[in-house]
Design a protein around this ligand. Structure first.
Ligand code: SAH
Length: 228
C-alpha cells in the first residue's frame, strides 16, 4: 500500500477529488491510504497559534518551526521522504512522480501565508518541491497534483495498465492525437491510417505525430529526446 501523509492547516479540503472514481475505489481496496494531519493540533497555547510575523519585517505570516516540528515528529513514518510544497523547490515532473510511487509513505507539508520558518527544512531533512512557476495561496492544491500523478502509477489503480506506457512524458515525448466515434464529425474525418487496421503503420504514424508535436510545442523535451 502507498501512503500519503498531508500536513495542513485545512484538513477539510481532503480527500476532495481523490475520493472520486477510480481513486475512491482504490482507496476502498486499500491500494493506497491518505492520512490528513492538522498542523494546528500541535499548537500548545490556548489560541492554537500556528503562525507568526517574519523577523526583519515584511508582510504576511509564517508557519512556526516549533509547531510544525512537533506535528512532524509525532506523525512521520520512519525513513519516509518529507516534501515541503514550495515555489522555490525542485520542479515536479513525471520522473519524480515515478520515484515517489516506489516509496511506501510520503509526507507532504502544505505551507500557507508566506510559507514556513526556513529552519524546519534543514532540521527535518525536508525536500522542497514546486509544481510550477506560479504562486498558490497554499500547498494543498499542489499536494493534490502530486498525489494524483502518483496514484495513477500504482499497480491496480487504473484499469488499463498498458495505456500508461503510451502517455505523454513516458517515452520523453508528448502524446499523439487520439480520436473516437463518430468517424466524421463537423466535416472532419479521423486520419485514414487509424482505420487501416495495420498496427505497424499506426505505430509509426503515432510516433511521428508525437515527435512533431513535441518538436514544436516543447523544444526542451525535444532536445533531451534527440540526445537519447
Ligand atoms: N512567499 C513564498 C510563497 C508562499 S505561497 C515565496 O515567495 O516563495 C504559500 C504556500 O503555497 C507555500 O508555502 C507553498 O506551500 C504553496 N505554494 C505556492 N506556490 C507553489 C508552487 N508553485 N508549488 C508548490 N507549492 C506552492
Amino acid at each position: 500500500m502507498w501512503q500519503a501523509q498531508v500536513f495542513t492547516l485545512y484538513p477539510e479540503f481532503y480527500p476532495g477529488p481523490l475520493s472520486k472514481g477510480l481513486y475512491g475505489k482504490a482507496l476502498a481496496k486499500n491500494l493506497w491510504n491518505l492520512k490528513v494531519i492538522n498542523i494546528r493540533d500541535a499548537a500548545e497555547d490556548k489560541h492554537k497559534t500556528v503562525d507568526d510575523t517574519p523577523y526583519g519585517g515584511g508582510s504576511g505570516m509564517l508557519i512556526k518551526a516549533d509547531v510544525l516540528a512537533k506535528s512532524l515528529d509525532k506523525n512521520k513514518v520512519k525513513g519516509e521522504k518529507i516534501i515541503y510544497l514550495s515555489p522555490k523547490g525542485k520542479k515536479f515532473d513525471q520522473y519524480y512522480a515515478r520515484e515517489l510511487s516506489k516509496q511506501k509513505s510520503v509526507s507532504l507539508v502544505c505551507g500557507h501565508f508566506e510559507g514556513v520558518d526556513e529552519r524546519i527544512l534543514s532540521t527535518r531533512n525536508i525536500e522542497e518541491v514546486s509544481i510550477g512557476d506560479y504562486v498558490l495561496s497554499g500547498g494543498e492544491t499542489a499536494s493534490f497534483v502530486i498525489i494524483d500523478s502518483v496514484l495513477r502509477l500504482l499497480p491496480g489503480v487504473l484499469g488499463n495498465e498498458y495505456s500508461k506506457k503510451e502517455e505523454s512524458f513516458e517515452n520523453g515525448l508528448l502524446e499523439y492525437p487520439q480520436y473516437t466515434k463518430p468517424q466524421i464529425w463537423e466535416e472532419k474525418a479521423v486520419p485514414e491510417v487509424l482505420l487501416s487496421g495495420d498496427h505497424n503503420k499506426i505505430k509509426h504514424w503515432r510516433l511521428s505525430q508525437s515527435e512533431a508535436i513535441t518538436r514544436v510545442r516543447r523544444p526542451d523535451l525535444w532536445q533531451k529526446y534527440k540526445k537519447n
